[in-house]
Design a protein. Sequence first.
Length: 424
Amino acid sequence: MRSLCSCLFQGLFLLLAIPGATAGNSESSGHPRSNLQHTLSKAQDGDVVVLPGGTYTGNFEIRSSIVLRSAGDATLTSAGRGTVIRITAPNVRIEGLRFRDSGTNISERDSCIMVEAPASGATIIDNDFQACEFAVWVASAPKARIENNTIVGTRQPIVSDRGNSLYLFNTVGTLAKGNRISGGRDGIYIANSDHVSIVGNRMRDTRFGIHFMYNDDCTVVGNTTTNSSVGAAIMYSKRIKLEENSFQGGRRHGLLLRGVLHSDVIGNHTSESEDGLFLGGSYFNRIRDNGFYRNGIGIVITSQSDDNQVVDNDFVGNRLQAKFVGSRSLHWGQEGRGNYWSGYVGWDSDRNGVGNQPYYATNLGNWLVFTFPVLRLVLESPSMTLLRRVESQFPVLRRAALIDDFPLMKPAKPPPGRASFTTR
């Protein structure tokens, strides 16, 4: 009884302290929606709804432009049945709440927060999400702001049974900034959207940290992914600004670009991945000032990726520097500058920082390794070393190769440190 009186007093105090505010109360187990949904339904545009500490169970909907926040440790859950909160009004703000245990039906889009048109301008900030099939799903609603949330995704054994932590679909002008994400399927999935900004997020233990499909004029800056299958997969998109990101420990790719056009890939780092950069069917891009460190393969290039500006990148300590699939040799270099390759051995007689001889990033030995993977075991053996030397003396043996015409003698920048973060 004392606890109930205290809770009611706190709610009344907040109602009086904030003009236009509406206080919600914890719900009884017998009526899981009765109090909070009634409060949300009565709220008017501009109201501030403050929830005292407690657990609120149900499937709620916000139909007016309100602020929903917590006065303590308020937790919202659907107890594993459907979506927790559905937003259908513009300019809603949700902050400082805990979300737990949405439904798990992917086909029904079960989420902890669903933002649907015409709910433009939603702000979701400083919340904590756990065991949500989709933490936040933005569906055809523009200008959402999703910032500084902590998300621990689901961890079903089959990755395809998990939802994405942030799912942005058919949105314009949306911002995802400073979120910390672990688990789930993809950390941030963006599809059919324009002018979206993905800034300063940290993701780990996902399938794809960042996953783009059919997006244009978007920004991806200052993000970190760790221990994902793919750090970032940018696919079938145009005019993407991809800068100063770090992709570490990709089990397949650090960074994957497929069908990407007219984009800037500048100042990124990939390390300790199966391959640092996979470039397929992508052209008219600027790829510069990036670092590829200690990967199985520094860069993999497939056909129709021959018209890119690739310069001032560092390829350091990769087991193989490059894999090139093409019928004609591909030459890199612009205005007398190329890239730095840690395996390059050459002279710089005029001391301009560029080697006198081109660097063949791929060679006959590499082709043999990719054709017969068992040869990886003898990659650094005397016989393979001899093969490379013979090939260099007899160019007739060379296959179509990736050739850097102006290899740099020193790295363009120092290697980055390791990224780390924790989730609450």
